[in-house]
Design a protein around this ligand. Structure first.
Ligand SMILES: CC(C)(COP(=O)(O)OP(=O)(O)OC[C@H]1O[C@@H](n2cnc3c(N)ncnc32)[C@H](O)[C@@H]1OP(=O)(O)O)[C@@H](O)C(=O)NCCC(=O)NCCS
Length: 338
């Protein structure tokens, strides 16, 4: 097995690896070879200096990792300090050596560029054709969760997804609050998307808002025009718990239905139990849980001086690189016999 940098002739193999990996992941659709035809086509607006490292076995692409350096943060919840990022990692379940080799190659790549930290599968850097907005690594990809965990990555952010095919907006009574409702269609070329914003205004001041996207306008998916996605729902804190959130969400779904949407999706942090309860009671169904990861990278770069004083490994001794191969561990249980 060899690890090589992206070459256009790998496009078909890369697309096959991507499509095989996401075949059972909700809201993912197969992409054409075109999607992997150049690094420019795959480039993210949120990172730079990207590289795609592919594992090849007997000339075939057996997996790949896509890395980059995060752009400076725009918000305080963005990864700080321009860390290395793993945008995507693909290998077949059961081929752990390939997954591990790719992960090590990604970490080495980041370390060589002076990065002290690496983020794995943060939605900010995800492929535009992967899953829904804000989606990190899907729980359906258990072998990748395990790979990151075994390699010392910590979960960083969890996002839970709900969807509702053939949604029927429930009749929600107007809350006993003094407010006006305003629906605004916003063109957002800077974010390459348009959005419908349903606002509650009290004396002209906004007290709650619901932002809806039509997926077909922002994601390359075949049924995108039929899907709406709630990108944000918020009510001013003193007014929470009085029915306004529910009313705004119901009104927003009515708006999206008028615009031709038949299905709806929404997400929230995995620890936002209030929203979790709200969305499931409202009519949405749990569909996926996704996680992003992060890891501090120890600096293993040797100075010339270190190299002189560092003894060569004894002949035949295998050097452990970044935790792989794993140290032999005690068996979890022993068969005591009948
Ligand atoms: C989540 C949020 C939008 C809900 O709006 P709200 O006006 O407070 O909620 P509502 O009064 O309309 O209640 C809607 C549902 O939320 C849940 N809920 C509301 N208050 C709750 C509480 N104190 N404890 C648990 N669940 C609660 C209930 O399921 C409720 O439905 P029900 O009344 O039929 O039981 C609002 O609390 C908010 O802005 N939170 C901060 C931002 C946020 O978390 N946004 C959503 C994630 S993207």
């Amino acid at each position: 097995m060899e690890i090589v940098e992206f070459r256009p002739e790998m496009a078909a193999g890369l697309a096959r690896c991507y499509n095989d990996l996401v075949a059972d992941v909700p809201h993912c659709y197969p992409v054409s070879v075109e999607a992997f035809s150049s690094m420019e086509r795959l480039a993210s607006a949120n990172c730079h200096d990207e590289a795609l490292l592919a594992a090849r076995e007997e000339g075939e692409v057996a997996g790949f990792v896509h890395v980059g350096i995060a752009n400076p943060p725009k918000f305080d919840w963005h990864p700080q300090g321009e860390p290395g990022v793993i945008r995507f990692l693909s290998y077949r379940p059961g081929q752990r050596q390939i997954g591990t080799a790719l992960l090590e190659a990604a970490e080495k790549w980041a370390r060589e560029r002076g990065r002290g930290e690496i983020f794995g599968w943060n939605s900010l850097y995800a492929y535009p054709f992967y899953h829904l907005f804000h989606a990190n690594l899907s729980d359906r990809l258990g072998h990748l969760h395990s790979l990151f965990g075994k390699a010392g990555y910590q979960p960083d952010w969890g996002e839970v997804f709900f969807d509702w095919t053939g949604f029927v907006p429930p009749a929600v009574p107007m809350p006993a609050l003094n407010f006006d409702l305003e629906v605004e269609r916003q063109e957002k070329p800077e974010h390459e998307r348009n959005q419908t914003v349903v606002k509650a205004l009290h004396n002209g001041e906004e007290i709650g808002r619901c932002i809806m996207l039509r997926l077909g306008e922002v994601l390359p998916r075949p049924d995108g025009r039929e899907w709406s996605f709630c990108d944000w729902l918020g009510v001013n804190e003193p007014l929470q718990g009085r029915g306004l959130g529910k009313f705004l969400l119901a009104q927003s779904l009515v708006e999206m239905q008028r615009a031709g949407c038949k299905h709806a999706a929404i997400s929230t942090s995995h620890q936002n139990y209030r929203a979790y309860l709200f969305y499931t009671n409202f009519g949405f169904n749990f569909c996926d849980r996704t996680t992003s990861f992060r890891k501090q990278l120890e600096n293993l770069a040797l100075t010339a001086e270190d190299a002189e004083t560092c003894p060569e490994p004894a002949e035949g001794a295998q050097r452990r690189i970044f935790g792989w191969p794993p140290e032999p561990s005690a068996p979890l249980f022993r068969w005591a016999g009948p």
